[in-house]
Design a protein around this ligand. Structure first.
Ligand code: GTP
Ligand code: SPV
Ligand code: MN
Length: 594
């Protein structure tokens, strides 16, 4: 095994002996031609982009129009997370619980090592030290990801605090997440994303895509994070974090859990409509929140990430101007369409469909083509600091105090625009019973409604029943718990059109949420929870929106809810051995109210 000799970069082994030993052990297993030790410097970045272009992994985009931007196409069989190939490997199957795939750690490790053995032959092993969370934060965590994908290195460089800063945070300690990623032959039959929470270890093979391979994100920050959070008394959640600044300069903070591709990035970057002159939304995070009770009894949240891995389709200057500004430079585009002038396009872009371009698979595409030009789960990877609404508090090691938690799903029917939980345990019930239509972010049946508790079904690294218990128990440690709400931006009319304009107009819902938190506005008690009165819901300047539309949006049909409860029942039955009694009680109360 030699060290990379192609440049002055990547030649300095980590001085932390545990980190260096882990990298060497993985190199012994996978036998790469070279080992590249990442330091996160700018010189290294430039070298790696040039190298990725040379390898054909990235294509430089039009540097006048999209400075610092690159283009990537993944293998067409590898375009989303694969939940059926994702495993939690714990000694006891019940520790993973019935909502996760479980495997015996010894057996799975043997299988993975057999797959990875010699798997980097002829390739370079990149050793990536990364930090999740602001440096100095008590919640921040270090990972070392070893990968043979230069695409992963460059994405991790945007999504995390990568390089020296992570090693400095680690010091001489052995306390880091060990992550191995090998592309292998990228065959779905040999694709496995495995978590060993008891060893703080992740092994991912056979994929090159997003949440399967950027191990700091879903694997560490959510699956391993949630496992650690339960043991250590904090929460790792699939939540955006935003700050709302009112015209008098006061700031409130909201965390919201929506399932994949259900609006977190858009909500986190919201620009209020003209009616809300003087209000400003600040983005703290767009996908993941780590939260713990502070000494003041409030719930404090940090965003462990440093970038956005966002859904491209539907992003435009009208729906999300902040995202468009964010991705105008230093961005990696994956599986979008490529225009002849070296810029990019996707369905729902501001520009009209190009007369001709290459689709996400590199095939010629015209507006007459039947298939989509961009993959529905095509993504951009962009640094958070590019965002005009980036909240400086995102860098604060203590995080921000959360005033409200919002749960929400994508539901064409049944679920009203907004309602508020009666109390914490009812709020936990709302989160636990959340339903949502499946999206292209994971391989599977798009559009089918499934229970996705707290938007964590694919991401909870332990028994979901215990996870609910943990949520209920948090209440005891919070003198000032956030209020909990439920929203649905996606309700449709009988013609299949969205009843609610969404995007920036979601500010109106947010305003009601904050008014409730501040005790500024009353509400009506309904079977589902507290609901707004039309008079209290700000509709000024909302063209054509009247009481009738509001009532359609807020309509609650007991029969539809009883049907929905059947699938909640199914989830609860599945979890019955570990399901907290309070949730069953909440369900009985709901049935009675209906
Ligand atoms: P992940 O990154 O997969 O976790 O997704 P996300 O929750 O951040 O979702 P994102 O904000 O990227 O939105 C996903 C899709 O939903 C995009 O195509 C958006 O255009 C669309 N969307 C977001 N917010 C709204 C909304 O308020 N109304 C409607 N109708 N669509 C929305
Ligand atoms: C999600 O699916 O929730 C994402 C994208 O944020 S991925 O990183 O692929 O998980
Ligand atoms: Mn997500």
């Amino acid at each position: 095994m030699s060290t990379s000799s192609t440049s002055e970069f990547g030649t300095q082994p980590f001085t932390n002996p545990h980190a260096a030993a882990y990298v060497r052990a993985m190199a012994d297993l996978t036998t790469p031609d070279a080992v590249f030790w990442c330091d996160g410097s700018e010189g290294e970045r430039d070298f790696l982009y040039a190298e990725a272009v040379r390898q054909g992994v990235l294509l430089p985009l039009n540097q006048e129009k999209l400075p610092g931007c690159h283009y990537h196409r993944s293998n067409p069989n590898d375009v989303a997370r694969v939940e059926q190939s994702t495993f939690i490997c714990t000694e006891m199957a019940e520790d993973a619980g019935p909502t996760n795939n479980w495997a015996d750690p010894k057996a799975m490790r043997a299988r993975l090592h057999a797959l990875a053995r010699g798997g980097m032959k002829g390739r370079t092993l990149y050793a990536i030290p990364y930090l999740m969370g602001p440096p100095g934060s008590p919640l921040a965590k270090v990972g070392i990801e070893v990968t043979d994908s230069i695409y992963v290195v460059l994405n991790m460089r945007i999504m995390t605090r990568m390089g020296r800063v992570a090693l400095e945070h680690l010091g001489e300690a052995d306390d880091f997440n060990r992550g191995l990623h090998c592309l292998l032959d990228c065959h779905p039959d040999r694709r496995l994303i495995c978590h060993f929470p008891q060893d703080n270890e992740i092994v991912s093979v056979g994929s090159g895509y997003g949440g399967n391979v950027l191990l700091g994100k879903k694997c560490l920050a959510l699956r391993i994070g949630s496992y650690l959070g339960r043991r250590q008394g904090w929460l790792a959640e699939h939540m955006l974090i935003l700050g709302v600044e009112s015209p008098d300069g006061r700031k409130s903070y909201v965390a919201a859990a929506f399932p994949s591709a259900c609006g977190k990035t858009n909500f986190a970057m919201l620009i209020p409509p003209a009616r809300f002159a003087g209000w400003k939304i600040w983005t703290v995070g767009d996908d993941i929140a780590w939260m713990q009770p502070g000494p003041d009894g409030r719930l404090w949240a940090i965003n462990p990430e440093a970038g956005y891995f966002g859904v491209a389709p539907g992003t435009n200057a009208k729906t999300n101007p902040n995202a468009m500004a964010t991705i105008a430079r230093d961005t990696i585009y994956t599986n979008v369409a490529l225009k002849p002038d070296g810029t990019v396009w996707w369905e729902g872009h501001d520009d009209p469909a190009p007369a001709e371009c290459l689709d996400w698979q590199g095939r010629p595409w015209t507006p007459a083509s039947k298939e989509k030009a961009a993959h529905p789960n095509s993504r951009f990877t962009a640094p958070a600091t590019n965002n005009p609404a980036f909240a400086p508090e995102a860098l604060d090691p203590q995080g921000v105090p959360i005033d409200a938690i919002i749960f929400g799903g994508r539901r064409a029917g049944t679920v009203p625009l907004v309602f508020e939980a009666f109390n914490w345990s009812h709020g936990v019930f709302l989160g636990a019973t959340m339903g949502s239509e499946m999206t292209a972010a994971a391989a599977g049946t798009v559009g089918q409604v499934r229970r996705d508790p707290m938007a964590m079904l694919p991401f909870c690294g332990y028994n979901m029943g215990r996870y609910f218990r943990h949520w209920l128990d948090m209440r005891k440690r919070l003198a000032e718990p956030p209020r909990i709400f439920h929203v649905n931006w996606f309700r449709k009319d009988s013609e299949g059109r969205f009843l609610w304009p969404g995007f920036g107009e979601n500010m109106r819902v947010l305003k009601w949420v904050l008014d409730r938190c501040d005790g500024r506005v009353g509400a009506v008690e309904s079977s589902l929870g507290w609901v707004p009165r039309f008079e209290d819901f700000d509709t000024e300047g909302l063209e054509g929106f009247d009481r009738e539309t509001f009532e359609k949006l807020q309509r609650m049909d007991p029969d539809e809810w009883r049907r929905d409860l059947l699938s909640t029942d199914e989830l609860f039955m599945k979890l019955y051995t570990h399901l907290p009694k309070e949730l069953v009680f909440q369900q009985q109360l709901l049935v009675a109210r209906l």
